[in-house]
Design a protein. Sequence first.
Length: 332
Amino acid sequence: MFAAYFDCPGGPENLYMKEVMKPNPGEGEVLVKVSASALNRADLLQRRGKYPPPKGASDILGLEAAGSVAGLGPGCSGRWRIGDAVMALLPGGGQAQYVTAPEGLLMPIPEDMTFIQAAAIPEAWLTAFQLLHFVGKVQEGERVLIHAGASGVGMAAIQLVRLAKAIPIVTAGTQEKLEATANAGAAAGFNYKNEDFSEKVLEFTQGSGVDIILDCVGASYWEKNLNCLSTDGRWIIYGLLSGGEVHGDLLARLISKRASIHTSLLRSRDKEASSGYQQAFTEEVLPHFSGGAAPRLQPLVDSVYPLHAIAEAHRAMEENRNIGKIVIEIPV
């Protein structure tokens, strides 16, 4: 089969489509014929040699996939049948013509959804769902500040915050991205490049601040985050785009607000925990992607690249060109 590959860490130019061995499903695993995958920051970090896959996971890029069931390993429960349309969050291997996954990690694709649309769901939406409900324990009426609001996780989080009857506030770097987040349901949005988002958030919340912050930026935002975090607020860090080294009296500021820091890394969680998130997501959220649901949730696809153009897809993400998900179409 063909897969996205690189022989040594480096830039996007190191990526190419390589012919590799097709995987065989093991005990309790399903073989999926992949029609579409999607790109994530983790893929860029892995390509640079800074984010190796978990022990035992495929070293092929790709944390999510949408396709059809092509084979069943021994011990499968009978939940899935050959030809079923499925999507999955993976520890790796999604940007290939075939991938194997434990049967409990698969989710059904809504009937009126394409593989391209479905590929934009697993990583972004499960990450946002897990951060909001399992880590942040969001409550109705709470205010949630979402950094990188126009990213895949950001656009999913806006809609999930609305579904929870809470109030999404975002930061983004261009007016176009802020408009996209408003269309997705953001109550307010601020351009972090030309305004102090912490001052704007406090102004919008009439001085009370936000109850939850979803932060994939890290070090450079710590002071502004604490400025606009409410008393007893929860600051959830799930990425470190600006690094992790903090200079300043973070702990004193944190204590003064009785605030808490939570961290999360979905990729490294064990299969049992991941299966639990996905079961809850399948039951509580997935029905809202279907026609007639209220409110209706919508995955946002920014662009689609064929697998042989994987390097250009990486460049697009590195340059922060995308609003929503960059999807990789897998050749037949």
